[in-house]
Design a protein around this ligand. Structure first.
Ligand SMILES: C[S@@+](CC[C@H](N)C(=O)[O-])C[C@H]1O[C@@H](n2cnc3c(N)ncnc32)[C@H](O)[C@@H]1O
Length: 479
């Protein structure tokens, strides 16, 4: 018997340079502090607490989540475990400040992370002892790769606007406020669905300021306050226009109409996002979906810009007024250059795919460019760019449909549909449109518009073949 106490790290450590440096500084602090204490050993990759059955745990490349101990009267007194917790907590606070959240179940102060999630993570690392039985001090350090293995924590309710079961608003070092996942959020989950406070077409600051004032007059007081509390990177004479410029999200790709949202506008940018925002024109609302599994304690991040780093940074600076400090932008120069090369390749392949003359005269080359693009996208974004994949599969659909190939067209439409469901939801008008084309590609206006050289029926796809052979057929690969 006994109660647990400790502290959590919220948001959890990222793989970014600043977090790595702070983690190193924290470890160095622990090392120096316990230099004369034989019970504690801090190696380059391990903190080992030797008293009782305290475990030693690997750290490199992992993310710090929880440090805790079970307090049992006699054992606690014998091992002095409470002192260790308090001391390490102070050392952590000195480096990580407000990210360190102390808790003590004895006094009904609960941790940020749920125990079932923490236990699942510990099991993955084969940690010795069990936190429920031994007077142990634990550092729980899950890595990104662990995410597929723990049982996802059931989501208790539908995730509409105002339901904060999935996330909470928190201060994020260097980025103002942000949204942080409270539980593991599986890929494809709709995290938020929100109606805008208002939408407005973009215009020059003086007129924008005036138009926003008109919109605000129509809102109730609490909604006016929500707008006024949003961040402004362009303070000055036209403050309302500054808030719009900092926060508005386009109502659809490339739209000059922007929407303002009380919650969604608190989501920060990452050049490698883990979530996707989408405007549903029919329902007139914006949704946020997880584009990969997001761990409890991770910040929820969307992308405001996708270009190679120089163009991207310029856009973020000039259009949105900030210098990006995301995981990618805080990588060493060499890694950023490698990413730039991939993003330039992505742009180049996009151009090739979108070239109508090539699509008409040499569709096989256009299809090959789609195939190449999948690999570059995967290398750059690690499978988190469902929205880009949805578009890519739709491009491949268009190439096939324009040459009368219903079999391939319906497979590509199916893939595009599945990606759309994951990043926009079943009820998105675009998802529904692609679903219709998946069932009957001939409904597309450019069916057989360029030629019938690839003519096939919808059911002519190969059956009972392995994935490799199917892919060879689908992409018209030789060999
Ligand atoms: C739409 S707001 C997001 C919420 C905002 N952090 C807040 O406190 O209200 C966009 C602003 O957040 C900050 N921000 C977002 N992503 C960032 C990033 N990757 N690096 C640095 N600042 C960021 C910038 O100040 C940006 O103008």
């Amino acid at each position: 018997m006994g109660a647990d106490s400790g502290f959590d790290m919220v948001p959890r450590l990222s793989q970014g340079n600043q977090d790595r440096r702070e983690w190193e500084r924290f470890l160095e602090g622990v090392k120096q502090y316990y230099a004369d204490d034989e019970q504690v050993e801090v190696g380059p990759r391990v903190i080992q607490f030797k008293a009782g059955e305290w475990p030693s745990l690997p750290m490199e490349g992992h993310k710090f989540l929880r440090f805790s101990s079970k307090i049992t009267g006699a054992t606690a007194a014998k091992t002095g475990v409470e002192n260790y917790i308090r001391e390490v907590q102070e050392l952590a606070k000195a480096v990580f400040g407000g990210r360190i959240r102390p808790w003590n179940e004895l006094f009904d102060v609960w941790g940020f992370y749920r125990w079932d999630f923490v236990h699942a993570t510990m099991k993955l690392h084969n940690l010795v002892g069990t936190p429920l039985e031994s007077p142990a001090v634990w550092l729980v350090l899950p890595s990104r790769k662990d995410i597929a293995t723990p049982e996802p924590i059931p989501l208790t309710s539908v995730n509409n606007q105002g339901n904060t079961d999935l996330y909470e608003v928190m201060a994020i070092p260097g980025r103002g406020k942000g949204l942080v996942a409270k539980v593991d959020i599986p890929k494809g989950t709709q995290i938020i669905c929100e109606k805008p406070l208002f939408t407005l077409r973009s215009s020059a600051p003086p007129s924008m300021h005036h138009l926003v004032a008109e919109k605000l007059k129509l809102l109730p007081n609490d909604k006016q306050r929500e707008f006024l509390s949003l961040h402004n990177n362009f303070p000055g004479q036209y403050a309302f226009a500054g808030i719009m410029r900092t926060n508005a999200l386009p109502c659809g790709p490339g739209s000059s109409v922007g929407g303002i949202y009380s919650t969604i506008c608190l989501i920060n940018h990452s050049c490698i996002p883990n979530a996707h925002n989408n405007w549903n024109e029919e329902a007139q609302h914006e949704t946020i979906h997880a584009t990969r599994n997001i761990l409890a304690g991770e910040e929820i991040l969307i992308s405001y810009a996708n270009e190679p780093s120089q163009a991207r940074q310029r856009k973020l600076r000039e259009s949105f007024g900030f210098q990006c400090s995301c995981e990618l932008c805080s990588q060493p120069l060499q890694a950023i250059q490698a990413s730039d090369k991939r993003r330039a390749d992505i742009e180049q392949l996009d151009e090739t795919i979108g070239n109508p003359v090539a699509m008409m005269s040499s569709p096989q080359k256009s299809l090959a460019a789609c195939h190449d693009l999948i690999h570059v996208l995967d290398q750059e974004y690690g499978g988190t760019v469902i929205a880009l994949l949805a578009r890519l599969y739709y491009d491949a659909f268009q190439i096939c449909v324009a040459h009368g190939d219903q079999a391939r067209a319906s497979v590509f439409a199916e893939r595009s549909y599945m990606s759309r469901v994951e990043c926009e939801g079943e009820d998105s008008p675009v998802t529904q449109k692609v679903k219709g084309l998946m069932r009957d590609p001939t409904k597309h206006p450019s069916f057989s518009a360029y030629s019938t050289r690839w003519r096939s029926t919808r059911t002519a796809r190969p059956r009972n073949v392995d994935a490799n052979s199917f892919d060879k057929w689908l992409w018209k690969l030789s060999g």
